[in-house]
Design a protein around this ligand. Structure first.
Ligand SMILES: Nc1nc2c(ncn2[C@@H]2O[C@H](COP(=O)(O)OP(=O)(O)O)[C@@H](O)[C@H]2O)c(=O)[nH]1
Ligand SMILES: [Mg+2]
Length: 292
């Protein structure tokens, strides 16, 4: 019998980037008789956590927030067709622990342990949650409607002349690209003795990305996160890299009835490879384990 592969995957991403939803949908596909390419290879272990996530995704509900000190994980032997068995371990890491790394420069112990042992990392990015620079009128309108603001609409020609040194707080002002590049550099340190490792970028909520024509996942990264893409492209000796667009919910929760009318999870979810070709939602994990 083939020895199972022993992949150690880590889902990394800032808070609310779609990690738990993807884990729940992946578990639902493993359970589904309609998804022939993955199945459980052994029935041991406690699945209550991933089952709860899968149930929430199935019902079109928000997944529970993953607490900083949560130690929930998916630990199960899965059979992938045609590659074979994999003794899979995926902790559901909290996005807050990544913020602690990027914004406070502290490795949260559980995150460090998971990243040090990892054979591959999937980095989650929510396309509508990028922190990017704002135009002054938008920022000023935000300040005026914030508690303590004046509540008036912002004039079109706001000028920006800060009297004091410009205030900077990483938690509020660091852009997503800078945080992700910094995280990549920290990870590269962890892996200095075993390179290259696989790093897959998973753009979640891919149903929310529009455009005519709709960009491919690679084009989306090149347009929205060019610095992150350039960092990955120029560090192939550190990490093999792929990018996917995934919709692990299959649509927006605001249109819940419409979403549920599309059917079971396996009928709703979809994914694209870097060139926009339709692939299985399982493929980012398959690539992370086997590189194909
Ligand atoms: N439209 C859409 N929203 C999604 C999708 N996946 C996740 N979300 C939303 O993104 C938010 C964060 O998801 P969650 O899985 O809790 O992120 P986590 O904090 O990284 O675990 C939630 O509001 C989800 O409903 C998707 O495929 N499509
Ligand atoms: Mg979560």
């Amino acid at each position: 019998m083939t020895e199972p592969a022993r992949p150690r995957l880590v889902f990394l991403g800032l808070p609310r980037t779609g990690k738990s939803t993807f884990l729940g949908a992946f578990w639902a596909l493993i359970q589904s008789p309609f998804e022939a390419s993955v199945r459980e290879a052994s029935f041991s272990g406690d699945r209550s956590y991933v089952q709860r996530l899968a149930d929430q995704v199935a019902r079109g509900e928000e997944p529970d927030r993953t607490a900083l000190d949560a130690d929930e994980e998916l630990a199960v032997e899965v059979y992938f067709e045609p590659e074979g068995p994999a003794d899979l371990l995926i902790p559901d890491t909290s996005g807050e622990s990544l913020r602690v790394l990027a914004e406070r420069r502290i490795w949260y112990p559980r995150l460090l342990a998971a990243c040090t042992d990892a054979t591959a990392i999937l980095v989650f990015i929510h396309p509508e949650r990028l922190r990017v620079p704002q135009r002054i009128v938008v920022a000023a309108a935000g300040e005026q409607t914030a508690p303590g603001g004046h509540g008036e609409s912002a004039p079109d020609d706001v000028e920006f002349h800060p009297g004091d040194a410009v205030r900077f707080q990483a938690q509020e002002h660091a852009c997503t690209a800078a945080e992700l590049i910094d995280v990549f550099e920290n990870l590269a340190e962890c892996w200095s003795d075993r390179r290259p490792i696989r790093v897959g970028v998973v753009i979640s909520a891919w149903d929310r990305v529009g455009g005519d024509p709709k960009p491919t996942p690679y084009e989306w990264m090149a347009a929205r996160l060019p610095g992150v893409l350039a960092t990955l492209e120029s560090n192939r000796d550190v990490a093999d890299f792929e990018v996917f667009g995934v919709s692990a919910q299959g649509g927006a929760l605001e249109d819940r009835d419409e979403l549920l009318a599309k059917g079971e999870i396996c009928d709703r979810v979809f994914a694209e490879d870097r060139d926009g070709r339709a692939v299985s939602l399982v493929d980012p994990i398959r690539w992370a384990i086997w590189g194909s």
